[in-house]
Design a protein. Sequence first.
Lengths: 280, 248
Amino acid sequence: MIDLLPQWLREGLSEDVLFWLGYLTNGKHLAWYASVRFTLFAAVAGAAVALAMGLLGATLRNSRLLPVRLIGAGYTNMTRGIPDVLFFIFFPLAFEQTVEWVMSRSLCSAEEIATAVLWPPCPAANIHFDTFQYLLLASVSLGIVYGAFAANVIFGAMHSVAPGQIEAARAFGMSDRQVNWRIRIRQMWIYALPGLSNVWMLLIKSTSLLSLLQITDIVRWANVLGSPNFLPTAGLVHPDWRWQYYLVLLVFYIILTFLSEKGFTALRRRVGRGMITVED
Amino acid sequence: MEWFLGPLVGDIEMLAKPALFNIYFAAASIPIGFVGAVLLALGKASRNRLLSRLCSGYIYVFRGSPFFIQLFMFYSVALALNIGVWKPLGIDWLVLHPLFLGPAILALNTAAYAAEIFYGALLTVPKGEVEAARAFGMSRGQQFRSVIWPNLIRIAWPAYTNEVVFLFHATALVYFTLPVIDDQKDLMNRAGQLFQKDYNAFLHFSVAALYFLVISLVIFYVFGLIYRRMTRHMPHQRAIRFKPRWLG
């Protein structure tokens, strides 16, 4: 990467600066910077799933049927007792096993299934996810966990919509579905945004867990790059630098939260145009 | 039913001891974090600009970054200081022990979250009561002891309860970073190990989740009792309602 610098700039810089520039732009470091894409992808895809699950959960909790309402309540209260990391690890494993079970029914012989001691019963039913598939699974499990948080927020926001609005819509002869989609969900965002912004902050922070699912994300790269580097030809290249690398990650996440905060404040102002809300 | 209950009971037995490690992590870090949080909240509300900035900065940093990264960072800092500081002092066996380092990092983290809760509560302590205390000629220490503190802790308690439950959930992350010594495994660790043996994800992780759920409910119950006692003189007793820790 150093070669890309113009000649005059390279001569102007001291030996030390050039060395560090070269070090920080070597192949492994570039791979580290590039792995930010996994984090951002998981955050955005997870947020999309979480929003969908949140709407679904809130709708279930609003249902007229008791069993459906109970399912919704169970889902939204899931976060109350179970740590996110447990579900985050459990869901991809469970998904993989379910797929393998379905495959084993068709691919393995009955004898193999009956006598199997290991999982999966026969090698043909064994599946391996690649990084992208794991990333999708991670996003979905983030979405399910934080969807429960979002459902709590959206459920509350739906009930904050002024009752007069709902009554007016009914008086106009709108059906239940129309009232729900055109009035309730359309108007609830302004009430839901503060809560949703907090869910987003939680979600961003749990993208640091991606390395637990064998994804070579920024955390794993920081570990690899910072570990004491010993080469037989060059001796000890550098001692244990891990804490510096983790400090960079810490700062990265703080910047991310800071930017999100600013973004959500702007969004709130924009969505709140023309609405009477409690000003902050 | 035997095929179902047998493994279930077996798992509940096997995960009982690991659950104690999670409980230990939470129990060891909550008191320290509580004291730290009160000091940080008072610091943030202080009129001394420098102190206030420092405390706000601490709270922002710890609330703005993932606990997982904080664990990694403080563990690697502790390792980096090993030869220079801990070894000469002869305390490396203590500082690098996960049963010390884990609660220490948890306490640093929960102090920031709880401090934000206490700070918010401090701002909503009824002004009139503080003015009345001043009119009585109370010193600042007396004001704090007899007016500000009882109000603060009462206002903050429901939110603090949630923070404690989330801290307990955060203990699941400790052993993903810190080394496991001998058989000192926690719930996630042991469940993962059992899973490696027979690939029964549904059973082992569900039982681990059950432990987390039950202990969380116990925390809610006990803290609810304390809240009832705190507000026993008040006309309308509200039960604690669950609200997730938004900036977790």
